[in-house]
Design a binder for this molecule. Sequence first.
Ligand SMILES: [Zn+2]
Ligand SMILES: [Zn+2]
Ligand SMILES: [Zn+2]
Length: 224
Amino acid sequence: MSEPSTPTSPSAPQAEITQLCSRHFTSIPLSLSRFQRRWFLTFPRTYGLPDPDSQRIVCALNSPDYSASDEHARNHFWLNPSCRSQRWNPSDSTTKYSAVSPIHLLLDSSYPVARLTGRIRSEPSNDPHDEGKQIACYEVEVVMLDDGLLRQCYYCLTWEASGKANSRFSPSGNDIYWCSSCEAAGWVNSTIRKLRLQDILPWSNVDENAKDNLYSPTRLMTTA
Ligand SMILES: [Zn+2]
Ligand SMILES: [Zn+2]
Ligand SMILES: [Zn+2]
């Protein structure tokens, strides 16, 4: 008789955030993040930024494709090279990355995170200088595990690896995650706090204090 399969150990180590490193682009590693059908290059660490939550999105990678099945969209996207000109905060210090092709960043990682499927199609450019012209987009298959994606708390917009606590965030919905303090506060309190935050933001200095938000990609700005 064969051995019964052992159940997953409760003390299994938590998954690490996958870092994209390449000798060709920079000594600073990057990470991948996703909210549903939108993919982003992100900074997996704060790198000494004054506000660790303000500038973690390096660039968007795609325009979401709602024609794909949920299952396919889970680990495939159409890399739209013009998306890198969309940036959350025009005054950020990450502009140097716009000089590097996102394809190169993705495919050149010494730890494999993605590959091209070979499919190419055209999509409208997001660069305003292109005036909507069609550009070639490349289908990318993400080969790393979901657990390696860098997560953001949906409620307070904290990113993983922001503070001293290095615990990973837990799922709280469809591709939504929450940090340990929002999880401890519970769904009701965290939602109320989030709504208050949204009420206050329009009256505060949004341009100066805007935080990256994976969940609100409409707030990405074009800096080109
Ligand atoms: Zn290279
Ligand atoms: Zn939180
Ligand atoms: Zn431009």
